[in-house]
Ligand binder design. Sequence first.
Ligand code: ASP
Length: 517
Amino acid sequence: MKFILSWLWNIKLHNKILLGLLLGAFFGAWLNVSKYELIFQFKVDGKEQTVKIEKWDRIDVIDIQNRNVLATFGKDDQLKLLNYFQSLSKPEKTKLVFIVTKITANDPAKESTQEFQDINKIEKVKTIPLYIKPIGTLFIRLLTFIAIPLVLASLIVGASSLGNIRTVGKIGAKMMLFYFCLIAIAITIGLTLANTIRPGDRLSTEAREKLLVEFSPNIQAKIAESVDLNVINTIVNIVPTNPIAAMANAEMLQIVFFALMVGITLTMIRKEKSEPVIRFFDGFSDMMIRMVEIIMKLAPIGVFALISATVSEFGFDILQTLFWYALTLIIGLTIHQFIVLGLTVKIFAGMNPIKFFRGIRDVMLISFTSSSSAATLPVNMECCEVNLGVPKKITSFVLPLGATINMDGTSMYQAVAAVFIAQVYGVELHLSEQLIILLTALLASIGTAPVPGVGIIMLIIVLRSVNIPEEGIALILGVDRFLDMCRTVVNTSGDAAVATCIAKSEGVLNNKIVHTA
Ligand code: ASP
């Protein structure tokens, strides 16, 4: 026991995180949330009561007054029932009776029933992983709170050391070129795979109906959240009217703009005035980086808690139903991650792809578990600086912008999802429409906030652009959590690749770094 503990203590951090991930996945799969159990919370004589219902054969919902059956749910309809219950208003709930019927196995004619009235809550039975999820959430919140002050401080220092607007403009132009090319390549890979594998044609009509019934109630809020793309507005909005508000609202592009202005203007005032300011922000950003290192010590536990909760909640059968769709996207993401990004760092930074991927191991693991480019940003900055030798003045400029703009994984996902939904609905997409998808997915991924689950909201814009029914997102909602984890890895790795290439092109990449802790 002592030996195991000391071995665990001494293994490297990224291996500990990986271990946390694998153990979390097993733990979550072992203690998964049952599809055949529900908790009913109801009132009897004004007193709250809770009952666990398991393995029902049928649940009928009837009107309390005229005993008319309003809805019936079978033994596999847990999600359908939960959605139905959520859609009811409070007064409606009081007018219903839920009758749970179980058929005795050895005598099908014999039915046992239980009646429930005045139900105020129906939920799935929580498992241990769901109880420990807050530990994971805590870890992600710790990383997220670092992102904004870190970006601000290090970019002010970075921009002041870049010296002038010309250098910033040159690096900015190169960065945008890289980002746009990588996104366009990602979308093209996605479109090619989706048109070749044709996952939408492989979805049976029954599966389609089931998905639409189960997930339709959840999509209205998402549709309501989506706003139309407006390029001019997006550009105008880059300039904040109030930088403090920009920070408070985590408006990354606005913060970057403000920090750049501050950094550049610092080079235009007298040295004795600018130096203390730069030194302050320099010390501040070093302190934040140190904080990332401390927080990362919690990563194995945080990752374990998050993954076990996700796996426990996630129904694997949905992955079976949407197998071809998920597979198409995963093949595309793998090609982009390891071939396209690998070749990019090889060609443009002269870096061995193995060294690159070893250097960003923590970035990949944290993006996978957090599904958030923003939460991963501090880790990405640290890994690029410490493991890949990209100087702070490049990481602080390229990575925050990349986290917001460069979403190779999300853009590929939007293209694959759009074609998949079109195929399911039998909408023919011609080359011109596929080009529109390419363009809107490119813009939509730029507009996607670097936090979990936003990609699917921006997908609605892509669907609208080529008249694919937007309700179609109900088809893919069930696997979105998992695919979000995968696409976020590609998003953040793409940023790291571009930062490395730009550092090389500026002649500031420290290729001698061998430390890959
Ligand atoms: N979760 C993704 C990110 O943070 C965005 C998305 O595709 O939903 O990069």
